[in-house]
Design a protein around this ligand. Structure first.
Ligand SMILES: Cc1cc2nc3c(=O)[nH]c(=O)nc-3n(C[C@H](O)[C@H](O)[C@H](O)COP(=O)(O)OP(=O)(O)OC[C@H]3O[C@@H](n4cnc5c(N)ncnc54)[C@H](O)[C@@H]3O)c2cc1C
Length: 401
């Protein structure tokens, strides 16, 4: 492995050792899983064994009791190596946070020890044909299972489920039982062995290939207590937990990938300049490096500020759904999805064809660019701008979180 391709240690912190081990496995398989569009099973095994699947599970359930900033640290570190592996981890942690914060005791007590023990990798099912990415509506409806008292029947087509073929359980958004309108949405948990799962189509995307985000049809019957939050109240789960953690987690992964790309480029440039007194004389190159770094520092500052606002709201019991908070959380996603991708484009211009465009360069800019191209699509930025326009009108005083 060349110097510029070798993974650097994670930033430190309580979970540095587990994170470094997961990164080392991700590094080993990233090229292969990207080429074959395969799920990184070995990385998931390492996340299970090292306890990181239980990062967000409180210690009383056997988890690591990680903080939001620690989730971001691990996501950034994994993102430096492989965006698909990072996203798989961050999205699982979003699901876990929903269970921790919103599941009633019987479900929480069943599930959280399993997650902490590394036996329960959770996938997310919110996207649906017809409504696309719109989170707060659902077409397919839960119904009472006529054959099994107290059970709910589900039949849900899910066009894109990251890690869906390998998940041990799913959090699924569906129209609430007996609801008359599409915006009465429930979130339910289903174990893999409670479902019949049929995969359809093939997964052969431009980037994020190892996320193995396949189309699945899920049918089955689940005990009635497997609802997360109140029936019809998925909106509260989204506003309080899923939305903030999704935008923070994804942004951390994207930032990690762009930071990894910048770091590999800088190391390569320093190595190649060694014979020339360590000097790089092109002003254009220097200003492109500066621009890329500026973008990443901007995203990092916004990420940490948003995390502080979300943490303070959770700890102080203040309302994270206030327009100024939602605008900040959305702004982070919009900014990170655009700036991280642009930073990699800057780097491609900076180093040119050989190290910017060829697949076998140790800078791996080509893969970073393909992977990061998904960021504005992963919950469409157009949808977010539309929501933000409405939120902006609700905050005529333009207050800042
Ligand atoms: C790598 C990756 C992994 C993913 N993993 C999962 C997963 O595990 N589970 C899951 O459920 N989903 C997942 N998704 C789906 C994702 O979160 C989005 O919901 C999905 O990509 C939206 O698909 P879409 O762009 O076709 O649909 P839409 O969001 O419907 O958008 C289609 C187009 O229409 C435009 N548009 C539609 N409606 C509006 C509107 N109201 N205002 C403005 N513009 C609009 C959009 O700009 C877009 O160009 C994943 C996506 C990616 C890229």
């Amino acid at each position: 492995m060349s110097e510029s391709a070798r993974p650097r240690p994670a930033a430190g912190g309580r979970f540095a050792q587990q994170t470094d081990q997961a990164r080392a496995v991700a590094e080993k398989y990233a090229q292969q899983t990207d080429a074959a569009a395969e799920f990184p099973v070995a990385v998931l095994d390492e996340l299970r064994a090292g306890g990181l699947l239980g990062l967000m599970v409180p210690t009383e359930y056997g988890g690591l009791g990680g903080t939001l900033d620690e989730l971001l640290d691990v996501s950034i570190a994994l993102g430096r190596t492989d965006l698909s592996a990072a996203l798989i981890f961050a999205m699982h942690c979003q699901q876990v946070a929903c269970v921790v914060t919103h599941a009633a005791p019987p479900l929480a007590e069943e599930l959280l020890p399993e997650i902490a023990a590394g036996r329960m990798y959770l996938a997310s099912v919110t996207t649906e044909s017809g409504k696309g990415g719109h989170l707060l509506t659902a077409g397919a409806q839960l119904s009472a299972d006529e054959g099994r008292s107290g059970h709910l029947e589900l039949d849900r087509f899910a066009p894109i489920v990251t890690g869906g073929a390998y998940a041990d359980g799913f959090l699924i958004s569906m129209r609430a039982p007996e609801a008359l309108s599409a915006d009465a949405v429930s979130l339910v948990f289903a174990r893999r062995d409670q479902l019949e799962i049929t995969a359809s189509g093939e997964w052969d995307p431009l980037g994020m290939r190892a996320s193995h985000s396949v189309a699945l049809r899920l049918t089955g019957s689940i005990p009635g207590h497997q609802v997360v939050g109140e029936h019809g109240e998925f909106r509260a789960v989204v506003l309080q937990t899923l939305g903030p953690l999704a935008h923070l987690g994804w942004s951390a992964c994207w930032l990690g990938t762009a930071a990894g790309a910048l770091s590999r480029v800088l190391r390569m440039l320093r190595e190649s300049a060694r014979g020339k007194d360590g000097r790089l004389e092109s002003e254009l190159l220097l200003s492109r490096l500066s621009r890329a770094r500026q973008r990443l520092d901007t995203v990092h500052a916004l990420l940490r500020h948003t995390a502080a606002v979300v943490t303070a709201a959770a700890e102080g019991g203040t309302d994270v759904s206030l327009p100024r908070n939602q605008l900040l959380i959305n702004s982070l996603k919009l900014t990170a999805s655009e700036e991280c991708h642009r930073a990699v484009e800057d780097l491609i211009d900076a180093v040119g064809l050989r190290h910017g465009y060829l697949r076998n360069s140790p800078t791996r800019l080509e893969k970073a660019l393909r992977d990061l191209r998904s960021a504005p699509l992963n919950y469409s930025n157009d949808r977010l701008h539309q929501a933000d326009g409405v939120l902006a009108l609700l905050d005529a005083g333009v207050s800042f979180a």
